[in-house]
Design a protein around this ligand. Structure first.
Ligand code: HEC
Length: 155
């Protein structure tokens, strides 16, 4: 009888030990959840890119196409565009006021018209941030409303 009690006691101690471990595990889990929530929080740039995606798919997509590659000789590419990286202000001006005349993008000549689209400064910034961070583009230096507002139409 004594022996039996001893075995029972041992078993109870083991169970207690196990449930201790379980508690610790779930504590660790609940610690992980808030930190993963944090990483999916929107930054000003990701929020702008999200808004810009809608604008792009409504307006820009007809000429520059869903893949951002445009049509060689007619509509210049935005994906991998050297113009976009080297001529930031001219790009903003083009989206804000429209653009025409001869340009060269990635070694290809264009002399066509991008009509003005009547976007607000915020919408210009959002569309720019979308194209600057889509496809192979990764220009994290965000275009702000203030930057767009400061860009004047060329005389
Ligand atoms: C009607 C067709 C059309 C639409 C719509 C259009 N574009 Fe363009 N885009 C052009 C053409 C044509 C050019 C080149 C103009 C030239 O030859 O001077 C251009 C040039 C550009 C350039 C600079 C050149 C380059 O390839 O990097 C950027 C940036 C640009 N567009 C972004 C946009 C964005 C953003 C939108 C939507 C908000 C948009 N475009 C809508 C036709 C269009």
């Amino acid at each position: 009888m004594r022996k039996l009690l001893f075995v029972f006691g041992l078993a109870a101690a083991m169970v207690a030990c196990k449930s201790d471990k379980k508690e610790k595990d779930s504590e660790e889990e609940s610690y992980v959840i808030p930190s993963s929530e944090k990483s999916s929080e929107k930054t000003p740039l990701t929020a702008s890119v999200e808004r810009g995606k809608k604008i792009y798919n409504e307006l820009c997509v007809t000429c520059h196409l869903p893949n951002g590659k445009g049509i060689a000789g007619t509509y210049p590419p935005l994906d991998g565009s050297n113009w976009l990286t080297e001529k930031r202000e001219e790009s903003i001006r083009g989206v804000k006021y429209g653009m025409q005349g001869p340009i060269e993008v990635n070694g290809e000549k264009y002399d066509n018209i991008m009509t003005p689209m009547g976007l607000s400064d915020q919408e210009v910034a959002d569309a720019m941030n979308y194209v600057m961070n889509s496809w192979s583009n990764n220009i994290k230096d965000m275009v702000t409303v203030e930057e767009v507002a400061a860009v004047q139409e060329k005389e």
